[in-house]
Design a protein around this ligand. Sequence first.
Ligand code: SAM
Length: 205
Amino acid sequence: MTAPRFLDQAYRVNSPETARSFYDDWAGSYDTEITQNGYATPGRIADALASFARDFSAPVLDFACGTGLSGAQLKRVGFAVIDGVDISSEMLDGAAEKGVYRALHLSQPGTPLPLGKGSYGVVAAVGAIGHGAAPLSMVDELLGLLQPGGLFAVSFNDKTLSDPDYQARLDSEVAAGRARLLLQEHGDHLPGIGMGATVYVLEVV
Ligand SMILES: C[S@@+](CC[C@H](N)C(=O)[O-])C[C@H]1O[C@@H](n2cnc3c(N)ncnc32)[C@H](O)[C@@H]1O
């Protein structure tokens, strides 16, 4: 296994502006590096969503889709209509090459996503929220994109979970009766660097 080049820096990215340029620079070698380290979370989230989904034709949003490794797994399990959004145009170029998306959107950090409220049946945030990725505050906006009965799947890696605010944010949705927790399961994220992640699936009430 080759030594991680970008992976060891990713968890130190600490602002949206840094994130965009960091991922633009990483885009060309992202798939190789992350796959060499056994990236498991896209497959875990796709399998989890497939086990709960009732309508595979409902539109799916792959939030922070990156180069499309997550979208490819969503397609594998049978979702037919997948959109992606990301702040990095270089990562989105990689996603376009995968050929699995209906539409790809470039978003601006700190401004609302260019997507309609209630327009998705599923939102997946795979390796997308936490240290080195999008802020926890995105959870509000992502839940707002779902119709009642819609599914929200998100992963938090071990480093992110060391901050209790992440788990607490999801717990608060359930405690307030706005969502039901369908799955919470810890497992591999990037076994090549000894990193795990918890995958959550919530159903919007
Ligand atoms: C670790 S990658 C995950 C990509 C993809 N979901 C996967 O599983 O391979 C994190 C992605 O989050 C994107 N990102 C970071 N901050 C973001 C934000 N505020 N809004 C949208 N995307 C963001 C980055 O550009 C990058 O593509």
